[in-house]
Design a protein around this ligand. Sequence first.
Ligand code: GDP
Ligand code: MN
Length: 382
Amino acid sequence: MDLFEYQGKQYFARFDIPVSPGGPADTVEESVKVAEASGYPVVVKAQVQVGGRGKAGGIKLANNADEVRLHAGNILGMDIKGHVVKRVWIEHASDIAEEYYASFTLDRAAKQHLLMLSAQGGVDIEEVAERDPDAIVKLHINPVTGLDEATAKKAAVDAKIPAKAQDGVASILVKLYRCFTEGDCDLAEINPLILKPTGEVHALDAKVSLDNNAAFRHPEWDEYRATEELDAREQLAREKDLQYIGLDGTVGIIANGAGLAMSTLDVVNQVGGTAANFLDIGGGANADQMAGALEVINFDKNVKSIFINIFGGITRGEEVAKGIVEALGRVDLRAPIVIRLDGTNAEEGREILKNAGIPESKLTSKPTMLEAAKAAVELAKK
Ligand code: GDP
Ligand code: MN
């Protein structure tokens, strides 16, 4: 789950990472109140989950209440790369001497945490990586031993952070690492991490992505869940308790088991098609879940064909078939279904489908995954 900047900063503050005093606001008058409390000058910052807000006009400096009214009025409701601004974050403006970059992620291949640190912050790190890859220090951290102040300082030296900022940077790195691990983040990024003319080091931006698998030990994440920006399809799927991820292809996919769903995406790609989604209806899926899954797929206007790939273990073929028949009665599917039904009670399932009198144009059955994928992709191209 991705956090907005203001949530990321509030999260940072819990781990003692220095951020500017400020607060969120949803209206112009609220913005003025927060600005007064933060102390002028302030920056008014659009809260959208997309980079480059500054260039898009979503970050403005304000010296008094009238300027806050002007900028908050312009920014609230603004469209930034397809994201409409509903909230701004107002904070006391900082004087900047230098801008750095710091982040922690998980390097799955190395089975270790990865620190990336650069003295060239404030711009896209991808840009730095392309222009001057040596300007980014990459340090693997063993999760068992963690990160101590001395190692963090060495990273700051290696990244050519000037001597006067090294201790401040090292101290923030240790705190950011705690935030990343104890706070269960997938990503904790500060860009820019600034050095003020007074010598203090400080987080000016926050990009935090939380690891959903750890949600059970963070009841406090519920407040982030409430503001989460989900794709409308993903929202619907969540309401139905389905494991769904929206993609941008044309073949809607339903499979039982995450592994089979992933293989189904691969096979659809292999035969020249594109998947509209990942959807795992799970082991032991019943008729109701199948009907719900079809409703979610049908909601996606890009879907031109639906590939149902079931290998029944705990999931029983006749339940799957009943779900399809029920869904066809409940919703008017815009796209034809191709089904590959195998495993437990597959015969019974196919019998139910045959006897339901569904026309060929709405449902065809194929004996193998590959044949079914080919048929679904062909239908999607019509
Ligand atoms: P992003 O472009 O969406 O990542 O937004 P950031 O929060 O990183 O801000 C972009 C840029 O705006 C920063 O790199 C700074 O140059 C500038 N900026 C943001 N806040 C302040 C501030 O308090 N004072 C000053 N002087 N510049 C700021
Ligand atoms: Mn930034």
